[in-house]
Design a protein around this ligand. Structure first.
Ligand SMILES: N[C@@H](CCC(=O)N[C@@H](CS)C(=O)NCC(=O)O)C(=O)O
Length: 234
């Protein structure tokens, strides 16, 4: 059975994993989930009790949550090393290091901005504090990532890997929250430009927006969330 990636819109970090599946080139299905609606319903707890995306229904019909676990699942099946590296190589270690940083400190820095945006009922004083604190944190985390990376076309070397996938799903939040101009970090800006022009990223973003586009052909189709829940939910 082909795996199914459950990815969220709008602006889900999981968009990058859709691009990774395209780069990987093996058959897969997708399930598109409204994070502001159906993901918050009780029934979604059967997929992920923390009500988050991404989640993966693996090739045995088992559900796997957490970006890093889904990425590891893909890496273990990437026999041709299209989106990863030989596990004993330094490049693999670097990829894991960057992914871990992006998935933790870098991604978490945006949490205050999302909390302020979604606060209900509104609390202007707290929202303003969250925005101010979050903005400083996001800038600092970008500074650190800019220092960590080298002058290579992608995060680790010449090809897009799982590290780029995890990065590109989150990187665009900088623009959405209008934190700073991306040109402030030249290496990251060049990387984003390269990734945003990549056909797999364009494909993933188009699907996320609810439109259709021709991809590599590896995506067999979309499955409605209700069907995924009834067939594979706990
Ligand atoms: N630790 C999780 C975090 C995933 C996460 O925070 N996903 C966001 C979307 S990018 C989410 O579902 N947030 C819940 C919400 O929007 O209500 C992972 O790395 O997969």
């Amino acid at each position: 059975m082909e795996p199914t990636l459950i990815y969220g819109f709008p602006l889900g970090s999981s968009m990058g994993l859709v691009a990774a599946l395209e780069w990987l080139g093996k058959p897969y299905r997708l399930c598109r989930v409204d994070m502001l609606g159906e993901m918050r319903e009780l029934s979604y707890a059967r997929i992920n009790a923390r009500h988050e995306t991404p989640a993966l229904v693996d090739d045995q019909g088992r559900i796997l949550t957490e970006t890093m676990a889904v990425a590891s699942w893909l890496e273990a099946r990437d026999a041709d090393r299209r989106i990863s590296f030989d596990l004993l190589s330094h490049q693999a270690d670097r990829m894991h290091q960057i992914m871990a940083y992006v998935n933790t400190g870098f991604t978490a820095a945006f949490s205050p901005l999302w909390a302020a945006l979604e606060m209900e009922p509104p609390n202007p004083t707290l929202q303003s504090t969250l925005r101010e604190w979050g903005r400083d944190r996001i800038i600092e985390r970008h500074d650190k990532l800019e220092d960590m990376i080298e002058e290579t076309p992608f995060l680790v070397g010449d090809k897009p890997t799982l590290a780029d996938a995890v990065f590109i799903g989150v990187a665009r939040w900088l623009d959405f929250h209008a934190i700073a101009d991306r040109s402030r970090w030249p290496k990251l800006a060049a990387l984003r430009e390269r990734l945003e022009a990549d056909p797999a990223v364009i494909y993933a973003t188009t699907l996320e927006n609810g439109e259709s586009r021709q991809g590599t052909g590896s995506c067999i189709g979309h499955v409605p969330l209700a069907e995924v829940i009834s067939r594979f939910g706990k």
